[in-house]
Write a protein that binds this ligand. Structure first.
Ligand code: ZN
Ligand code: ZN
Ligand code: ZN
Length: 473
């Protein structure tokens, strides 16, 4: 638009905004500059392949969705693997392409442990150790049966790997501390990856790495013996989990506790999908870690921005920097997890992550207990079938947010309209679609508008909800 047209438009805006509501036609997305958020060839996030799933399987042009298949504290008693096994068929039908399981090996707290205090990486509930044979989640046989069933349903299985620390060793005299430490793991029941004080900090290599957790013995990944057992040996942890247990990928716990090259080395030797829990809202830090670890990272920046935006009534916050905007192919997005649950307006947040880039994760309790499963299934379907291409933000204000996925490989993409107010909203928006009928694939709006020759169309969104538009076919 020319400068003089801009002045006229501004004048009209001034006049009309005095006379009408903020949602009048004239206050369309045209007053907002379109922000091109990502620039790439439009490919979807790649969550990896599985040797156990037919190569032909494809969740959809938008990619798949991960399910975090546990929460804190799932029922004890060795029933959890069977519980998940009973659900993977319906999850697969809903469009879930991977599940993330809790740490699967025997931990210090035995039958009560959620797995984050690992003692013996090779005891999957098949040795009598730490007061129990089965883990909190079940037996090794039940775990293998779950993994097999998931693969039959085209669902990949990601293991939660705790590599920062161990727990449950015996007391020994420690030459590095001059005192006694719980670093004697020479008697673990599997007889594999026997550890001692030399494999933890402080040791003969150095005093510490980038972080310890809760006073647990802190593994030293600079020690070649530790490297051998984690990723070099054919019978070591990584290769056993991948080749024998058939895990397809990894969620790495507490990666702040050691250097990113550790995950880089694991991924180079083992392969498979990889995401790190780097609990930090600083996008520079997340991006640095992901690049150096050669891994995806959970998008904690997006998580906190969604909280700011939806719960503090300022959707302009969604313009801020996030990991998925820096690198959509290394960002795993989420709304809540087993550790943190601060977002109140969760359906808006799920509508956001399931229409935007990155690899979205759904939290078990949100899906199975707290939220409306039909609505989530609709969003998963939209993600897998329609959420394609790069992202442009078309409009934001305090209570409205409209963004466009620009499509890929002949797919039309979508337009998502989030409304965080108590009334219906409507706006004219610029689409990539010309003279075609569109519809709201959530069914929230009954409109079936046709886009103009220039691509403009008026869409609406219901109070405290969302609509998601694409070509009607
Ligand atoms: Zn070290
Ligand atoms: Zn550490
Ligand atoms: Zn508004």
């Amino acid at each position: 638009m020319t400068k003089i047209q801009g002045i006229i438009l501004s004048f009209l805006l001034l006049v009309f905004s005095c006379q009408t509501t903020e949602d009048d036609f004239i206050e369309s997305a045209e007053e907002n500059a379109i922000i091109q958020v990502t620039n790439h060839n439009g490919k979807p996030f790649d969550s990896g392949t599985s040797a156990s799933i037919p190569k032909s399987f494809n969740a959809g042009p938008g990619g798949g969705v991960m399910m975090q298949a546990f929460y804190w504290d799932v029922p004890a008693g060795g029933i959890w693997w069977n519980t998940i096994k009973s659900k993977v068929t319906s999850w697969s039908n809903a469009g879930i392409d991977a599940i993330w399981l809790p740490p699967a090996s025997k931990a210090q707290n035995g039958p009560f442990s959620m797995g984050y205090d690992p003692t013996d990486y090779f005891d999957f509930g098949n040795y009598n150790q730490n007061g129990t044979v089965e883990t909190r989640f079940g037996s090794k046989t039940e775990l293998v049966s779950l993994i097999t069933k998931a693969h039959q349903q085209n669902i990949k299985v990601f293991a939660d790997m705790v590599l920062n620390h161990n727990s449950g060793g015996q007391l020994e005299n420690n030459v590095y501390t001059g005192g006694q430490t719980w670093t004697d793991f020479s008697g673990v029941a599997s007889g594999k990856f026997l550890r001692s004080q030399h494999d933890f900090h402080p040791n003969g290599i150095h005093h510490n790495d980038s972080g310890a957790f809760g006073g647990y013995p802190d593994l030293c990944h600079d020690n070649s013996y530790v490297q051998d057992w984690l990723w070099n040996r054919a019978d070591g942890v990584g290769k056993y989990y991948k080749n024998t247990m058939k895990f397809d990928g990894w969620r790495f716990d507490y990666v702040k506790g050691f250097a990113p090259w550790v995950i880089n080395a694991w991924n180079a030797h083992i392969g498979g999908f990889s995401v790190g829990e780097y609990w930090d809202s600083n996008v520079n830090t997340l991006e640095y870690w992901a690049n150096n670890a050669n891994s995806s990272v959970f998008d904690f920046a997006c998580y906190y921005k969604m909280h700011d935006a939806f719960d503090s009534n300022n959707l302009n916050k969604l313009n801020d920097d996030m990991m998925w905007k820096r690198n959509p192919f290394k960002a795993v997005t989420f709304v809540s997890n087993h550790d943190t649950n601060i977002i109140y307006k969760k359906m808006l947040a799920y509508a956001y992550i399931l229409t935007h880039e990155g690899y979205p994760t759904i939290f078990y309790k949100d899906y199975e207990v707290w939220l409306d499963k039909t609505s989530l299934n609709n969003l998963i379907w939209i993600h897998n079938q329609k959420a394609t291409g790069t992202t442009s933000i078309l409009y934001t204000d305090t209570d409205e947010y409209i963004a466009r996925r620009n499509g890929y490989n002949g797919e039309p993409g979508l337009i998502v309209y989030l409304n965080n107010s108590n009334s219906w909203k409507e706006r004219w928006v610029p689409t990539n679609w010309y003279n075609v009928q569109i519809k709201d694939f959530t069914g929230h709006s009954g409109w079936f508008p046709t886009t103009q020759g220039g691509g403009w169309v008026k869409i609406q969104s219901p109070p405290n909800s969302y609509s998601i538009w694409s070509v009607n076919y």
